[in-house]
Design a protein around this ligand. Structure first.
Ligand code: FAD
Length: 314
């Protein structure tokens, strides 16, 4: 596996990472080692996940604050709307803006296990949250004179578990674009053609915003199984078998990294404007993937890299 073949001719590619708020002091220590390692690669932004219904809100806000104050990294704050009233969400968006956040990934969040629809009084779809964020932005226009908030959304290379079809998913993405989304990040996918197929469906339907492939280092069997359960996206059986047969952690790392690089290269071939790496708060496999991809990156003015894809310049 080599670096992307068309690198010398391609436009700069945006790079971003997903982190989640730590659940213990020991996890926080590991996370901060990861953050320092990832910072050296000068990503365009790092996204910070948010538990549905705000279950980890305090640790998410704390992590975002520290990223803003102690690092050169720009946070993209995930925000879910399931389980919160519009008033509560407007308050949370206002707090994020006061903290210095200028990028929000607007999500519905997974429904509680026993529910088939969001609770009465909470917003129904991510689309409603985008509109709410844009309303808050409007009210804060004097504060935000340096530029608007970048709003990202989720996109699905394979059908969302509650959706009737992949075509419906693309209609939803179009609706999110019309409500004010600036870019999308995809759910994980395991087949090389899936990103290109999503892009074709989306462009045909009129979606013009950048769609950034989200790739996870495919190095952990346990994590792949768990992810299959959580997202409904089944990992490729062949990859699972190869990982299971690996004789050592190092061999497993190589197999997983190579499979991830294949996926990312296929997405770049299809025209991906960036790569978003689901790090699971670990840097080693993310950096291995990055090393092999050798992405063409924009050089960084001062300590801030200018990114077209996520417009997070604040
Ligand atoms: P929506 O776009 O609202 O879609 C939800 C369902 O409703 C879909 O089935 C869709 O087809 C349907 N739908 C949407 N709009 C309409 C409409 N107008 N008319 C009819 N049907 C409609 N979850 C977390 O809890 N925390 C996170 O931090 C988090 N980060 C994520 C990051 C990424 C990049 C991705 C891809 C997912 C993330 N998720 C996260 C998971 C996400 O919350 C779930 O996939 C959730 O089930 C759907 O969220 P959504 O924003 O896509 O919802």
């Amino acid at each position: 596996i080599d670096a992307h073949p068309n690198l010398s001719d391609t436009a700069p590619v945006a790079l971003s990472y997903e982190l989640f708020p730590p659940r213990s002091p020991a996890a926080a220590e590991t996370l901060w080692t990861t953050i320092r390692e990832l910072e050296t690669t000068e990503p365009d932004y790092v996204s910070v996940t948010y538990g549905a219904s705000g279950s980890n809100r305090d640790t998410a806000v704390e992590l975002i604050n520290r990223l803003l104050l102690e690092t050169t990294l720009r946070p993209l704050a995930h925000l879910t709307c399931v389980g919160n009233s519009p008033q509560e969400l407007a308050g949370i968006v206002g707090e994020l803006l006061d903290t210095g956040v200028r990028g929000i990934l607007a999500l519905r969040g997974d429904l509680p296990k026993d529910a088939s629809a969001p609770a009465a009084g909470s917003l129904r779809y991510a689309q409603d949250l985008i509109e709410l964020i844009r309303r808050v932005e409007q009210r804060r226009s004097a504060l935000l004179c340096a530029g608007k908030i970048a709003v990202g959304v989720a996109a699905y290379p394979s059908r969302h578990p509650e959706s009737p079809s992949e075509e419906h998913d693309v209609e939803v993405l179009l609706a999110k674009q019309r409500s004010g989304a600036d870019f999308a990040i995809t759910q994980v996918f395991f087949e090389t053609r899936q990103y290109a197929d999503l892009l074709t469906r989306a462009r045909r339907a009129g979606v013009t915003i950048p769609i950034i492939p989200g790739v996870m280092p495919l190095t952990s069997l346990r994590r792949l199984k768990r992810l299959g359960e959580l997202t409904g996206v089944e990992p490729a059986p062949q990859l699972m078998a190869r990982l299971a047969a690996a004789g050592s952690d190092l061999e497993r790392l190589h197999i997983g990294v190579d499979a991830t690089v294949d996926l990312a290269n296929a997405a770049l071939d299809a025209g991906a404007p960036g790569i978003h790496i689901y790090t699971f708060n670990e840097h080693q496999s993310a950096l291995e993937v990055l090393d092999k991809l050798a992405l063409p990156r924009r050089s960084r003015p001062g300590s801030r890299r200018a990114s077209g894809a996520a417009q997070l310049a604040g």
